[in-house]
Design a protein around this ligand. Structure first.
Ligand code: NAD
Ligand code: UDP
Length: 336
């Protein structure tokens, strides 16, 4: 299949490009490089030995996007491109609604015009907000608690409404839990701009000596060791989930929703301890106050994806910690 990957030079997109190529698909990447670097393409070449078609385009420019659909014969779209920082989304709601919703609408318009009817959409566990109970099934209530989460929930509604109105479409909505880790080569990984918001990039930057210490946001949660519990998933497992769902799109119309997670929670302290152990390096940390809006515990019920997509996350939290560190070391030594 020829797959158009929007946001394909970004963190999850680049790993998915590798999985797609390894599974025999052709790829064209569209990205405006607002949160990724052109050098990812060279590193993708080193990993895959394939030259990947790339168009530097902003999805909000529908004329340029239309030209991509004219130039390439596309069978399917995987739509990663979006802004993703929760804190920033609260400060810049207009930019977030415009980019995340406007981008999807332009993609859908071009798809319909060029008779492309299959799309995979990157949603997030944050559409569930603070869950009533864990593990969280796909049927749990949708109540996002920040602008970013609301952009994802609105996009999900747009896809449902569009598939209800036009039965040629098939949409797969994937709700990711907490992707961490990197490709085992260490050549691609997450490259946050500025101070990281998320736990794993913060841990690797402290271990690398770029930041002095990690603040653990609260140790008085009703969890085993008092720190927050999340469902970390290796980004390569997540990437494989996208390849697995392409079969569903081939054989079904309408829309489907799948949680992509491991189905087990790790606490902040467990993650720090595992990172220290597998990499034989110290992570300096202090306990601080809770971060506003954080849930105590959040982990998925991934059984629907396991059963229906024949997909399962297989990499361990040790793999995640080892590969994250390998990538951090490579990125530092290469000045990325
Ligand atoms: P990322 O920022 O690394 O990648 C997104 C890519 O999209 C970047 O390369 C950026 O340059 C590009 N982009 C953004 N707006 C664009 C536009 N208007 N036109 C063209 N390109 C544009 O993010 P990621 O971590 O790879 O996330 C991919 C998707 O998964 C996003 O939709 C994100 O919201 C979602 N998601 C991510 C996480 C996570 O923890 N990383 C969790 C849940 C969901
Ligand atoms: N966390 C932390 N210190 C940090 C960043 C995160 O203690 O500097 C905690 C956070 O409170 C949560 C977990 O690590 O319990 C995962 O946070 P992240 O932001 O990575 O994911 P999310 O909370 O969005 O699921």
């Amino acid at each position: 299949m020829r797959v158009l990957v929007t946001g394909g030079t970004g963190y999850i997109g680049s790993h998915t490009v590798v999985s797609l190529i390894e599974n025999g698909h052709d790829v064209v990447i569209v990205d405006n490089l607002s949160n990724s670097k052109i050098s990812v393409l060279d590193r993708l070449y080193q990993i895959t030995n394939h030259n990947i078609d790339f168009e530097k385009i902003d999805l909000l420019d529908i004329d340029l996007l239309d030209e991509v659909f004219v130039k390439y014969s596309i069978d399917c779209v995987i739509h990663f491109a979006a802004f993703k920082a929760v804190g920033e989304s609260q400060e810049k709601p207009i930019e977030y609604y415009k980019n995340n919703i406007g981008g999807l609408l332009n993609v859908l318009q071009c798809m319909r015009k060029h008779n492309v009817f299959k799309l995979v959409f990157s949603s997030s566990a944050c559409v569930y907000g603070t869950p009533d109970c864990c593990p969280i099934p796909e049927t749990a209530p949708i109540r996002p608690q920040n602008v970013y989460g609301r952009t994802k929930a609105i996009c999900e509604d747009i896809l449902k409404d569009t598939s209800n109105a036009d039965n040629r479409f098939s949409f797969a909505i994937l709700r990711y839990f907490n992707p961490i880790g990197a490709h085992e080569s260490g050549l691609i990984g997450e490259a946050p701009n500025g101070i990281p918001n998320n736990l794993m990039p913060y841990i690797t930057q402290v271990a690398a000596g770029i930041r002095e210490k990690l603040t653990v946001f609260g140790n008085d949660y009703p969890t085993e060791d008092g720190t927050g519990v999340r469902d970390y998933i290796h980004v390569c497992d997540l990437a494989d989930g996208h390849v697995a769902v392409l079969n569903w799109l081939d054989n079904n119309k309408g829309y489907c929703i799948y949680n992509l997670g491991c189905g087990r929670g790790y606490s902040v302290l467990e993650l720090i301890n595992t990172f220290e152990k597998v990499n034989d390096i110290k992570v300096n940390y202090v306990i601080g106050p809770r971060r506003s809006g954080d849930a105590a515990t959040c982990f998925s019920d991934p059984s629907k994806a396991n059963n229906e997509l024949n997909w399962k996350a297989v990499k361990t939290v040790e793999d995640m910690c080892r590969d994250s560190w390998k990538w951090e070391c490579y990125a530092r030594s290469s000045n990325l």
